[in-house]
Ligand binder design. Sequence first.
Ligand code: ADE
Ligand code: ZN
Length: 361
Amino acid sequence: MAMSQPVPPIDFDAIPPSALPQLLRRMPKAELHIHIEGSLEPELIFELARRNGVSLPYPSIEALRAAYAFQDLQSFLDIYYAGASVLILEQDFFDMAWAYLQRAAGDGVVRAEIFFDPQTHTARGVAMGTVIRGLSEALAKGRRELGLSADLILCFLRHLSEEDAFATLEEALPFREHVIGVGLDSSELGHPPEKFARVFARCRELELHVVAHAGEEGPAAYIHSALDILKVERIDHGVRCLEDPALVARLARECIPLTVCPFSNVKLRVFPGLPSHNLPTLLKAGLAATINSDDPAYFGGYLLQNFQETFDALPELGAREAWLLAQNSLQGSFAPEADKMRWCVELDAVFREKTTPSSGK
Ligand code: ADE
Ligand code: ZN
C-alpha cells in the first residue's frame, strides 16, 4: 500500500517581503466581525433616503462623510444608528448586504459571519421578516454567484433591556433557519455581559452559537464574564485582555478566537494609531487573534485594507503572521468542518507557492 508522504512545514522565511501584499489579497480568509449596518456607505444612505423619502440632517454625501470623526464608541454609535434609519424595505437590506458581499469576495473572503442589529429596525416599525428576508436573499445570491459562504448572527443591543432582547429573540424565532448565532453589541461601558445571562442561556438551549463584544472599551473583567456567564465561543474585540495575564493564559489555553478590528480601534481611539496596536503582542501570546473590519463604511476600509495597512504599520507582522491570522479566522468560524479543512488546504497552497523561486504570480 502506498504511504502518503508527510507534508513539509511552510518555510515562511523563504517568502520574500515583496510577496506579502499579494498574499494578503489572495489568502482565503474569514471575516467574523462585520456589522452589516456598518457597511452602509454614504452613497447608499443618500440613495435609500431618496428612495424612501427619508430626510437626512446632512446636505450632501461629503458633509455626511465629514461627520465621521469619532471621540469614542458612543459618538460613533449615535451616527451609525442615524444612518441605519434609511433602511425600510426588504430591497434596502438586500442592497446593503449585496454591496458588502461583492467587496468581501474581492478581498479574498471565503466565509463571512455577518452581524445585524434587528432592534435598530424593529424599534422604527420595520418587521423582523423584512430585515432577515432581505439580508438572507443577498447571502443566498452571494453563495450562488460569488461562491462566498455567509451566515447571519443576530446581535442584541446591550444598552437596551434583557426583556427587550427576549422579545427580539421571540420575533426572530420564525426565521431560526436563517440565523446561526447571537451576539452582543452597542455601548459597552455600564452594560456588562451579566445583564444578558438569561437570554444567552435560552439562545444556547436553542443551539445558537454565542459571541459577544467584550474588552473593546470595557475592562478585562467583561471578557471573563462573557466567557463565564454568557459562555461565548468567541470574543469580539477583546484587545483589553492584555491588562489581565491570567485572562490571556485562559484565552490561549481555551483557544478562544478574538475578532480584532484594527481600523475600528484607531477610529474609536482605543489605540492612538495602528503602529501602537497590540495585535503583534496578542499573537505572540498565543491568542487566536483575527483581523476584521467591524464597520468598514465608517472606519475607512474593508477587510483587505485593514490587513494591508495594519501590516504596513507593524513591522513585526510578516508572512507567518498573515498565514496565522487567516488560519485563525477559518478555524474560528462556525462553518462546516469540511469547508474549514478545504480552505485551510487552499491557504497553505497559496503560501507554499510563494516559497518557490519560480513563482512570480
Ligand atoms: N456596533 C457596531 N459597531 C460596534 C462596535 N465596534 N462596538 C459595539 N457595538 C457596535
Ligand atoms: Zn463590532
